[in-house]
Ligand binder design. Structure first.
Ligand code: DQA
Length: 147
């Protein structure tokens, strides 16, 4: 299972983690979360790539670039979760496992966060566990790859 790439995708505003609504998203930075995902991936023989963008098209491009190259994707699409059908369609064209990840639990928040357009093209969703979710999401993808 070595030499496999795992893409971690971070959507809009996640670059502000640590400063942004710490009561909701915690005080750890995105770099902190990427580091724990990288450690979890390494322990499972996966090499982590990380892309953060505030622009939907850049996330779509990153998903296209993962096709045929990355074994799986962990994606926290931020607010794009709730309406970005182009991300849905790009993920539908990706052949490997996809795990949707959220720091908070959108289902327990405002009604507009209850819809995910990513969930239908994900193997599963990890939400509401704060930073620990990054490790859990990597483990989930690794388990799916192990069959
Ligand atoms: C989020 C949840 C989204 O509803 C929100 O727009 C975010 C972060 C999370 O990680 O909890 O930006 O994806």
């Amino acid at each position: 299972m070595s030499d496999q790439l795992l893409l971690l995708l971070s959507g809009p505003n996640l670059n502000l983690l640590g400063e942004r609504q710490p009561d909701v998203y915690g005080t750890e930075t995105l770099d902190d979360h990427v580091e724990s995902a990288r450690l979890a991936a390494g322990a499972r023989g996966l090499t982590l790539e990380h892309v953060q963008s505030n622009h939907e098209g850049e996330l779509v491009d990153a998903i296209h670039a993962a096709r045929g190259r990355c074994a799986g994707i962990v994606v926290n699409p931020g607010a794009f979760t709730h309406y970005a059908w182009a991300i849905h369609d790009a993920l539908a064209a990706f052949e490997g496992p996809v795990v949707e990840l959220h720091l908070s639990n959108p289902a327990a928040r405002e009604p507009w966060r209850h819809t995910s357009v990513v969930a239908p093209v994900a193997s599963g969703t990890i939400a509401g566990f704060g930073g620990a979710g990054y490790r859990m999401a990597v483990e989930a993808v690794a388990d799916l790859l192990d069959g």
